[in-house]
Structures are given as C-alpha cells and as structure tokens.
Design a protein around this ligand. Sequence first.
Ligand SMILES: [Zn+2]
Length: 153
Amino acid sequence: MNKTLRLAQESAAAIGLEEDGQTGTLFGVRDGYNVVLALSEQSNQLLQVSVSVCQGGQLPDVKTLKAVAKSSKALLGCTVQRFRVTYGIRVGRTKAKTQENIRTALEDLTQFLHQNGFSNCCQQCGTIGETDAYTISGETKQLCPAVLCGPSN
Ligand SMILES: [Zn+2]
C-alpha cells in the first residue's frame, strides 16, 4: 500500500469519505460538492483532490479556480479539464501534518467554491446536481445519472 494513499485513507474515514476497494480512491460529498481524493498519475507521492463544477451552467473560470491554490496553504497547483478541476494537496513533514493538510484542503476548497458561486455538476455533460463516482479504466469520474453519462459509456 502506498504511504501517501494510506495516510489519506486514514484521514478520509474520519471525515466520512468512502474508499473504492479496487483503486483505493476516496470519494464522498463535502458541503454539497462531490470530491474525489486520489494519487496523481504522474507521481504516487502526490495526493490530489478533484471536483466537477460549473458556474451558472457554463464551464468554470480557470483564473478564479487557480486563486484558491494560491490562497490556501494546503492546496497547490490547479488543473482544469472542462468541468473537472484537480488540485494537489501539500504533504506535511509528519503524518499528523499531512492529515491536517487533507482536511484543510477540503475545507478551503469547498468554502471557496461556495463563496464564488460554483455548482456541483456532471463532469461529462455539466448538468448541475448530485453525481456518482464511477471508476472507468482506473480513473474516477463524477457523472450524473443520465444514460449518456453513466458507467455504461
Ligand atoms: Zn451528465
């Protein structure tokens, strides 16, 4: 088991996220946003948090989203692919510090999304509302229940 992922799993249980048995990815709802915690594909030392959001049904503004990575001590970097937004989570020097960073990162992020009027949406079609996390080809996607977006596609 990867050390970074194990730390995340230990903290995730405390904040009510669920674990995908196959991939070890963690997912759940925080303050009305569906979040996914997973290791970066580029580095298994880097933990990332992803959300899928829109602004008034439109693609989210990249510049606005990048601002929270600067203001939060726990977030670093920001990648936007259409509706899907991914941030890195800073690793602390100790286990306790890393776990604190995970909690802070989620808090900072969801608070920021609320304050800036982002809505939770399907990462494929952008429909606002609750989504479910599906693991497709090793990647966790946040999709709405529409036939075109569901796991069969
Ligand atoms: Zn959809």
